[in-house]
Write a protein that binds this ligand. Structure first.
Ligand SMILES: Cc1cc2nc3c(=O)[nH]c(=O)nc-3n(C[C@H](O)[C@H](O)[C@H](O)COP(=O)(O)OP(=O)(O)OC[C@H]3O[C@@H](n4cnc5c(N)ncnc54)[C@H](O)[C@@H]3O)c2cc1C
Length: 409
């Protein structure tokens, strides 16, 4: 009898986990087990009642829920061992993971484990908004869309929406298509964070929009009755509303890492990974939004595919790998992924470093290998914008890899 329950166990059945599973099967890996705590695969896409999903990977545009079903069908057809209602509760150093399921609690062991647990929006508690604690009406977009998609429940009719990321406009759409009319939208930053045609929704539908505005208080007992907002000019205004919808400000779903010996990376709050997606513990890999919040479904799918390919290649060799070199960075760079590099990894899953900034900044961003700049660019850098810097082939040989930043004017 094998000492392993599978060759590879993937935790999380969203786009990245499913894509990794499909890639592993395509490359001939026999036993690929996919665990998800939910009843079906699809991850965050399952409750998105809007498009666009799937164009690059399946050649057609899907609504989120239909895309989730397509992922499920693809995994079934490929012979992936799908285990719904399986929650992973801890990660062992030896790739033995503790799982709770309707069958009880047990440990599953694989030659390699991949984390694809996604990201989640920041709820009210983490945003430190004071005031009453009404029984209903304060939700995130993901929670709202789950209520609507799975329970046909709309928790409010006149919500105030906090945020202006892409997901915030997805929230507006969900409200408008399900009988709710937002009373206003607010964004604490001095500008709208998202780009593209979606950002025209509020103006098109006559929803007032305030930038530089922060929610400071919520009132109501059984349900929300009002929210107080500090506006850009310093004045405060009370908005009568029956709900508050907190959108965006995603963070990686990294509870498993924090409850184990692995910890999280400074900046991204996700796992530390090298250019193949391998974590500091060489038996573990990670891909998708758990790496860094937050990207699109298509991006998560492609990342999962690339990490799946790296895991398949890795199974064929000795797991002994070089000690990783951390990738460091100056503020106001917020995060860099991959955040480790290892020598001798010739088939990288990540050909670019992905960077984000903490705040708007003007200046020169440079990549330095052992103190020598090998890449630089000067410009205006905005938060929540993806920045890609090619990983030079010689970078893995360096003893010190650093992103420097020199502010200008
Ligand atoms: C409201 C909203 C609207 C969006 N709209 C769009 C859009 O229009 N177009 C687009 O391209 N993208 C959109 N996205 C983004 C897209 O959904 C994500 O990029 C994509 O789902 C990320 O894939 P993932 O596999 O990394 O993670 P996820 O899809 O988040 O999947 C993670 C999976 O891991 C599981 N999991 C987590 N922890 C555990 C555990 N301990 N044990 C077992 N299972 C676990 C979860 O149940 C989940 O199924 C939207 C996201 C949201 C929230």
């Amino acid at each position: 009898m094998s000492a392993y329950d599978a060759d590879v166990i993937i935790v999380g059945g969203g786009p990245s986990g499913v894509a990794a599973a499909l890639e592993l099967k395509k490359r001939g890996v026999a036993q690929v087990m996919l665990l998800d705590r939910e009843d079906t695969l699809g991850g965050a896409t399952r409750h998105c009642s809007h498009s666009p999903f799937g164009m690059r990977e399946f050649g057609r545009v899907y609504f989120g829920a239909a895309y989730g079903r397509r992922l499920q069908r693809e995994a079934l057809a490929a012979g992936v061992d799908i285990r719904p209602q399986h929650s992973v509760v801890s990660l062992g150093e030896d790739a033995g993971i503790t799982v709770t399921s309707p069958r009880g609690v047990g440990v599953l062991k694989a030659k390699r484990v991949m984390l694809a647990t996604g990201a989640r929006e920041m709820p009210r508690s983490a945003r430190l908004v004071s005031g009453d604690r009404p029984a209903t009406g304060i939700v995130t977009t993901g929670a709202l869309q789950s209520y609507v998609a799975f329970h046909h429940l709309m928790p409010f009719r006149r919500p105030l929406i906090v945020g202006s990321e892409l997901v915030s406009f997805s929230a507006v759409l969900t409200c408008l298509t399900h009988g709710a009319r937002p009373v206003t939208m607010i964004e604490p930053e001095g500008r709208v964070l998202a780009r593209g045609p979606f950002t025209l929704f509020p103006a098109l539908f006559g929803i007032p929009f305030h930038v530089g505005a922060e929610i400071v208080d919520i009132r109501g007992a059984g349900r929300v009755e009002a929210a107080t907002v500090r506006l850009a000019d310093g004045s405060t205004r009370s908005f009568s509303c029956d709900g508050v919808l907190f959108t965006g400000r995603f963070t990686p779903e990294a509870a498993l890492l924090m409850q184990s010996t692995f910890g999280v990376a400074p900046g991204s709050s996700g796992p530390t990974i090298d250019q193949t997606g391998r974590m500091a513990n060489p038996l573990y890999f990670a891909g998708g939004n758990v790496l860094r919040a937050v990207e699109t479904g298509g991006w998560a799918f492609r990342e999962g595919q690339a990490v799946g390919a790296a895991v398949a290649a890795d199974l064929a060799r000795d797991p002994a790998v070089a000690e990783p070199v951390p990738v460091t960075f100056d503020a106001p760079v917020k995060l860099v992924v991959p955040n480790l590099l290892r020598r001798g990894e010739n088939a990288p899953a990540f050909r670019d470093f992905q960077l984000r900034f903490l705040r708007p900044a003007n200046g020169r961003l440079s990549l330095e290998l052992d103190g020598r700049p090998v890449w630089s660019r000067t410009g205006e850098w905005l938060p929540e914008r993806r920045i890609l810097v090619p990983v030079p082939s010689v970078a893995a040989e360096a003893g010190h890899v650093h992103f420097g930043f020199r502010e200008q004017g």
